[in-house]
Design a protein around this ligand. Sequence first.
Ligand code: ATP
Ligand code: HSE
Length: 322
Amino acid sequence: MAVYTDISEDDLTRFLADYEAGTLLSYKGIAEGVENSNFLLHTTKGAFILTLYEKRVDPNDLPFFLGLMHHLADHGLNCPLPLSRRDGELLGELSGRPAAMISFLEGMWLRKPAAKHCREVGRALADMHLAGHGFALTRKNALSVDGWRPLWDKSAGRADEVEPGLQDEIAEELDYLESHWPKTLPHGVIHADLFPDNVFFIGDQLSGLIDFYFACNDAFAYDVAICLNAWCFEKDGSFNMTKGMALLDGYEQVRPLNGAELRSLPLLARGAALRFFLTRLYDWLTTPPGALVVKKDPLEYLRKLRFHRQVKSAEEYGLVHR
Ligand SMILES: Nc1ncnc2c1ncn2[C@@H]1O[C@H](COP(=O)(O)OP(=O)(O)OP(=O)(O)O)[C@@H](O)[C@H]1O
Ligand SMILES: N[C@@H](CCO)C(=O)O
């Protein structure tokens, strides 16, 4: 459960007085997510999400994230909106943390997405890539190739505790990715964490995207590679090509990938798997026992990384020749 920071009713009532969001009726911590503390609030004006930004979010990035949600919604994407305070600011402070009130998005995330859902996600990802055009702020991807080595350095010494031989394997992988990483692919604003728990559906209909707190400027195809990792593997670790085909097809219905993007896809998918492996490994080794958060398994992403290493072309992900 991700509630790192507790709040008191008195503090919350004072915080709410800065918004036109009604009077507090109830609130509870949300038992999901790993990054920030989230609360579901009911007020006389409806339901809201209260987010307190935690350790991995740099407060200087918050104007980018919150402004982006407004920009995307203005350009037709379904996503939650941060509420403005009475003084016009989007950010407040609660229990010593930067905090925002976010509109409630209807829907649920899918525990067992099927190929038809992957197609919807592909489309929505491409819609987001187009909707991000013209957003005035930029943010470098802190978790792209330049960020992996510093992150790895924090865990490398203990990696073999998780699996013997890991230290050598990842060191070699990093060397390879650093020297082959593509630098000139089409780029813009990407979501960078579009996992199933960040996509809501009502029935089979996608109702919106949430959690833009890793969004940044990077290659669009890297975002596609993240989604292939997050949506198209089965619980037993096998890649489901039907889902891959649906995701890529859905994406290309809105924004066709060019030749360089397609050629880079196996390498980008490898990098994406490494990125989630590294953050999970760090959390695995550093989260104290008893913390109110469910730790995610780094080895799931090691297995995906090993799969991508064998992939030679985008066809192996289900790309259909046009
Ligand atoms: N705007 C929203 N409308 C409805 N529910 C929301 C909204 N934002 C967050 N939630 C709920 O809170 C949960 C956690 O939110 P979120 O994914 O943003 O947290 P996080 O800690 O940043 O998680 P992650 O591990 O995905 O980075 C979601 O799964 C969802 O149940
Ligand atoms: N989606 C990430 C966690 C939140 O960034 C993961 O599954 O490792």
